[in-house]
Ligand binder design. Structure first.
Ligand code: C2E
Ligand code: MG
Ligand code: MG
Length: 847
C-alpha cells in the first residue's frame, strides 16, 4: 500500500483576483493541496458552514475591512481559532505587516508560498501558543491591528504595537498613559471592560486629536499577572477604504472613451474628496508631447491649466516616478507652478503605464488641505491609475487605428483590452434591446505545470490549440478572447435559455478531451475549468460579471477542475437550505438515518443473480427518502463523504458476508467510491479493515470508481487502485462513457470491469450513435480483457441488444430495483426455494 501524506486544506482569502490567481498557480500542485477560496467575509462564512478540513489560511489584503471581518469570523470558530495564517503583502518596500503571522511579498508567491504553507503547518503541529501565555499580544488580534496591553486593575498601558504607535504618530507612544485616557468607549462604559469584540470607541491622542473606531478587548494572564489587551481599528480608514473600493468598481463601469475618462475623473474626485484631478496622455511614439485629457478643479477661483511643458513635477512623473505628498513625512518637493497655482497641500503625481510598463501618461490628484487618510487615499489612487492607463491604451489603439494593439499575437484572438471594449458595447446594446447574454471564463487547469515541465514553446502550442478549439465551440457571432496568460473569456450573445449556455460550456469542456498533438509528435491532455455569469441576472456591469464568472470558475476548480460552474448569486435561500441539509447530514450516520439498498446484477445469459451493488439512501425524518444523486455531492463538498463512505463499505461488507454465509452464492458486492475517498491516503487500509472485520472474502468485493472525475483529478489514482487490487478486491469503472472515455485510460487503469452508463443503454433502439458506442465499448473492453456490465437495463429490447452484442452482465429495473435489506433477503430466499425444490435449474431472476 502506498503511503503518502494527505493533501493539506488551504483556504485562500483575498478580494484581489490577481493575488488569488498567483496563489492558485503556486499551490495548484498535483494533489498536495486542496484549495478553497473566498473573496469576502460572506463567502467565507458560507464556506465555513461545511467545516472543511483546513490546515492554513493564506490571506491576501492587509487591512481590507472585509478581510478583517472575515478573519474575525474564522477565529471565532473553535476549529479554526488557531489555524496558521500566511499573509501575502504588497510588493512595496517597507510594508511588512505587524503581527505574529508569517508573511511574504506578492513577488515571492511563485517561489516561496508552497514552502511557507508547509512550514506553517509543521510549526502549527506544535500547539499554537495560547494567547494567554504569549508575550506577543499581537496574536490576540488580526494581523496589523493596533493594540496595547495594560495592567489590571490600574489600566496603565505597558506595551504598544507598531500600528498603535503609528496611529499616535507625533504624539509619542501611548505607553505610560491610562486606558481610560486613551480609549473612550461609546456610552461612557468604564474600564476595565470585559472581553468583547467590536465595541465602538474613540481614541484620544495626547494632542487632543480624536480617532473614531472600534475596540476588541481580551483579558489574559501573563506570567501570573492579569493583563488586558485592547485592539483598536481605525474606522475612518475603513470607511475611506470601503468608499474607495466601491468607487473602483463604479469606475470599471465607465466607458473608456474620452467622455468616459471625464466621467471617471469626476467620480474619483467626488468620492475621494479631491480638490483637483487631472489626466495627461503622453505616448512615447507621439511627437506632440503630453496633452491634458481631463481636468477638474474645486478651488476658490477657476484657474487656467498651464501647458504641460513648464511643469517640472509632471515632467519627472512622466519619466516614471511617483511624486506623492499624501502622507505626513512624504518629502516630495513642492515648488511646482501647478501645485502652487492650485494651492494643493497634499497631492500625488502618478505615472500611467501600459502593459509593457512604458509611461503613457500621468495622473494628478490633490487636496487643498491635509487629510489623515493619506495611506488609503494613496492605495485607491494607485488602483485608479490602472483604470486610466487602460483607457489611454485603448484610446491609443483606436487613434492609431492599429488592430495589432488589440489582438493577441500568439492566438490571433482579441486581447483583454478589446474584450473589455466589446463587453462594454455588448452591455450598452443589451440595455437597449433587453437581450440576455452570458460570459464564460475559461481557465486551463495546471497550465503552469505544462509551461514549467515542457517549456514555453509547448505552452504556446497549447494556448494556440485551446484558442482554436474554443473558437470552434461557439457561434461566429460570439466573442472569444485571450484575457490573460491561460485565461480565455467568451461572450455568448442572444441567449434564449440558460440551458443553451450550459450546453456550450459542456462543449467547451469536452472540446479539450481529445489529446492535443504537439509538434514533436507527442500528445498532451489538457483540461479547463469554466465559470459562467449571465447578464443581466447576475450583474449588469462588466467588471462585476467578470468577477462573478471568475468566482464560478474557482468553484469549478475546487470541484476537481475539468468542469463548469454557474455563478451562484443566491447566497440566500438555496445556500441556506443546502447548508441546513449538510448540517443534518453530519448527524445522519449517528442518528441512524442512512440505509444501504442493494440492486442485483444478473448474468445476461442465464438471468441469474451474480452480484449486487450497494446504494446508499438517506431517510430524512421530515423529507423522506433522499436520493444519493442529491446528497452525495453535498457530502463530497464537505468532506463528510469519507466517514459516510466508510460506513456504507462496512455495512455492505457485513451484510454481504451474512448473505454469503446463509445462501452460499458467492455474490459479488459492488461498493461505490467517491473521488474524495480515493484521495485519502489510507483508503486501502480502511478497505482492508472493513474486509477483516466483516470476514467477507476480498475477491467478492468490487470497488466502483466513477470514470468521469476520477481519472484526471485524483492524483496517483493508478497506485491507489493497485493497492486495492493487492488486497484481492476487484475494480469497476462506473458510468463508463460519460467522462473522458479515452481508451488509453481504460488501458492504463487496473480495472476488472466496466459499467456502461445508463444514458447510453437508455438510447438502445432510439439513437444509432449510442448503440454504436455501446457495441464498440463492449468490443474494446473485451479486447482489453475487461468484463462488462450494462446499467439501466429497463426493457426487453435493451436486454436483447446487450445480450446479442456479448455484454455478460446486466443491472436495471427490468430485473430489479434497488431493495432494502429485508426485501433483498426475501428475494434470495425465494430463489433458493425455487432452485431447492427443483422447480427451476437456474431461475430467470426478475423481481
Ligand atoms: P451508480 O453507481 O451509477 O448507480 C446506479 C444508479 O442507477 C442508482 O441510482 C440506481 O438506482 C440507478 N438505476 C439502476 N437501474 C436503473 C434503471 O433501470 N433505470 C434507471 N433510470 N436507473 C437505474 P441511485 O441509487 O440513485 O444512485 C445514484 C448514484 O449515487 C450512483 O450511481 C452512485 O454514483 C452514487 N452513490 C450511491 N450510493 C453511493 C455510495 O454509497 N457512495 C458513493 N460515493 N456514491 C454512491
Ligand atoms: Mg455505481
Ligand atoms: Mg453508474
Amino acid at each position: 500500500m502506498s503511503i503518502r501524506p494527505a493533501p493539506l486544506g488551504i483556504l485562500i482569502f483575498t478580494p484581489h483576483r490577481d493575488v488569488r490567481r498567483a496563489i492558485f498557480d503556486a499551490l495548484d500542485l498535483d494533489g498536495d493541496f486542496v484549495l478553497l477560496s473566498a473573496r469576502d467575509a460572506t463567502q467565507l462564512e458560507a464556506l465555513l458552514e461545511d467545516a472543511p478540513p483546513l490546515h492554513v489560511v493564506v490571506v491576501g489584503a492587509e487591512g481590507d475591512p472585509e478581510i478583517v471581518r472575515g478573519l474575525r469570523i474564522l477565529r471565532a470558530c473553535d476549529r479554526y481559532a488557531s489555524l496558521p495564517a500566511v499573509h501575502v503583502v504588497d510588493d512595496r518596500p517597507g510594508v511588512a505587516p505587524a503581527g505574529g503571522a508569517d508573511w511574504l511579498r506578492q513577488g515571492a508567491i511563485a517561489t516561496e508560498l508552497a514552502q511557507r504553507v508547509r512550514q506553517a503547518v509543521t510549526t502549527s503541529l506544535v500547539p499554537v501558543v495560547p494567547v494567554a501565555s504569549a508575550r506577543d499580544y499581537r496574536f490576540a488580534f488580526d494581523a496589523g491591528a493596533a493594540w496595547v496591553v495594560a495592567s489590571i486593575p490600574q489600566g496603565c498601558i505597558l506595551e504598544t504595537g507598531e500600528a498603535m504607535d503609528r496611529l499616535c504618530a507625533g504624539d509619542g507612544p501611548a505607553q505610560g498613559r491610562l486606558l481610560a485616557e486613551v480609549f473612550h468607549p461609546a456610552g461612557g462604559a468604564a474600564w476595565p471592560l470585559p472581553d468583547g469584540d467590536a465595541i465602538a470607541c474613540t481614541l484620544r491622542r495626547r494632542d487632543g486629536m480624536e480617532i473614531v473606531g472600534e475596540i476588541d478587548v481580551r483579558h489574559r494572564t501573563d506570567d501570573g499577572e492579569h493583563r488586558i489587551a485592547v485592539g483598536f481599528r481605525d474606522l475612518r480608514a475603513t470607511d475611506m477604504a470601503s468608499r474607495a473600493l466601491s468607487l473602483l468598481a463604479v469606475l470599471e463601469g465607465c466607458p473608456s472613451d474620452d467622455e468616459g475618462i471625464g466621467e471617471a475623473a469626476a467620480l474619483i474626485a467626488d468620492a475621494l474628496d479631491l480638490d483637483a484631478f487631472a489626466v495627461w496622455s503622453a505616448l512615447p511614439e507621439s511627437e506632440m508631447g503630453p496633452s491634458l485629457i481631463t481636468h477638474l478643479y474645486n478651488g476658490p477661483t477657476p484657474v487656467e491649466w498651464p501647458s504641460p511643458d513648464g511643469l517640472p513635477l509632471l515632467r519627472t512623473c512622466l519619466g516614471g516616478a511617483t511624486l506623492s505628498r499624501l502622507v505626513e513625512g512624504d518629502d516630495t518637493a513642492s515648488s511646482d507652478p501647478l501645485v502652487d497655482l492650485l494651492g494643493l497641500v497634499s497631492f500625488a503625481f502618478m505615472p500611467l503605464l501600459d502593459e509593457r510598463r512604458n509611461v503613457i501618461g500621468a495622473m494628478l490628484a490633490g487636496r487643498r488641505r491635509q487629510g489623515s487618510d493619506g495611506r488609503v487615499l494613496s492605495l485607491a489612487l494607485r488602483a485608479a491609475t490602472a483604470r486610466f492607463a487602460s483607457a489611454l491604451e485603448l484610446r491609443r489603439a483606436r487613434e492609431q487605428g492599429r488592430v495589432r494593439g488589440l489582438i493577441d499575437t500568439l492566438t490571433g484572438l482579441p486581447n483583454r483590452l478589446l474584450f473589455n471594449d466589446r463587453l462594454d458595447t455588448t452591455i450598452r446594446e443589451a440595455e437597449r434591446t433587453g437581450e440576455l447574454f452570458a460570459i464564460l471564463l475559461v481557465d486551463l487547469d495546471r497550465f503552469k505545470g505544462i509551461n514549467e515541465s515542457l517549456g514555453h514553446a509547448v505552452g504556446d502550442q497549447v494556448l494556440d490549440a485551446v484558442a482554436r478549439r474554443l473558437r470552434a465551440s461557439v457561434r461566429a457571432s460570439d466573442t472569444v478572447s485571450r484575457f490573460a496568460g491561460d485565461e480565455f473569456t467568451l461572450i455568448l450573445r442572444h441567449i434564449i435559455k440558460r440551458d443553451d449556455v450550459l450546453r456550450i460550456a459542456e462543449k467547451v469542456v469536452q472540446a479539450m478531451e481529445v489529446p492535443l498533438a504537439l509538434d514533436d509528435g507527442s500528445e498532451l491532455q489538457v483540461t479547463v475549468s469554466v465559470g459562467i455569469a449571465f447578464f443581466p441576472d447576475d450583474a449588469n456591469r462588466g467588471e462585476v460579471l467578470l468577477r462573478h464568472a471568475d468566482e464560478a470558475m474557482y468553484g469549478a476548480k475546487s470541484l476537481g477542475r475539468n468542469n463548469y460552474q454557474l455563478y451562484a448569486a443566491d447566497t440566500g435561500v438555496a445556500q441556506r437550505q443546502s447548508a441546513e441539509l449538510k448540517a443534518r447530514l453530519r448527524h445522519a450516520v449517528r442518528n441512524d438515518e442512512l440505509r444501504v439498498f442493494y440492486q442485483p446484477q444478473v448474468a445476461a445469459a442465464s438471468e441469474d443473480i451474480v452480484g449486487m451493488e450497494a446504494l446508499v439512501r438517506w431517510e430524512h425524518p421530515e423529507l423522506g427518502m433522499i436520493s444519493p444523486a442529491f446528497f452525495i455531492p453535498l457530502a463530497e463538498a464537505s468532506g463528510l463523504i469519507v466517514p459516510l463512505g466508510e460506513w456504507v463499505l462496512r455495512t455492505a461488507c457485513a451484510q454481504a458476508k451474512a448473505w454469503d454465509d446463509r445462501f452460499g452464492l458467492r455474490l459479488r458486492l459492488g461498493v461505490n467510491l467517491s473521488a474524495v475517498q480515493l484521495m485519502q491516503p489510507d483508503l486501502a487500509g480502511v478497505v482492508a479493515s472493513a474486509l477483516r472485520d466483516s470476514g467477507l472474502p476480498p475477491e467478492l468485493l468490487e470497488l466502483e470508481v466513477t470514470e468521469s472525475i476520477s481519472v484526471k483529478t485524483v492524483p496517483r489514482l493508478v497506485e491507489t487502485l493497485d493497492a486495492l487490487h493487492a488486497l484481492g478486491c476487484q475494480i469497476a469503472i462506473d458510468d463508463f462513457g460519460t467522462g473522458a472515455a479515452s481508451l488509453d485510460y481504460l488501458r492504463r487503469l487496473p480495472a476488472d470491469r466496466i459499467k456502461i452508463d445508463q444514458s447510453f443503454v437508455r438510447n438502445i433502439g432510439v439513437d444509432p450513435d449510442d448503440e454504436a458506442i455501446v457495441k464498440a465499448t463492449i468490443d474494446v473492453a473485451h479486447q482489453l480483457k475487461r468484463a462488462v456490465v450494462a446499467e439501466g437495463v429497463e426493457i426487453e429490447q435493451h436486454l436483447q441488444f446487450l445480450r446479442s452484442n456479448g455484454c455478460e452482465e446486466l443491472q436495471g429495473y427490468l430485473f430489479c430495483r434497488p431493495l432494502p435489506v429485508a426485501s433483498f433477503d426475501k428475494l434470495l430466499g425465494e430463489r433458493e426455494r425455487l432452485v431447492g425444490d427443483g422447480t427451476q435449474d437456474r431461475p430467470a431472476f426478475r423481481a
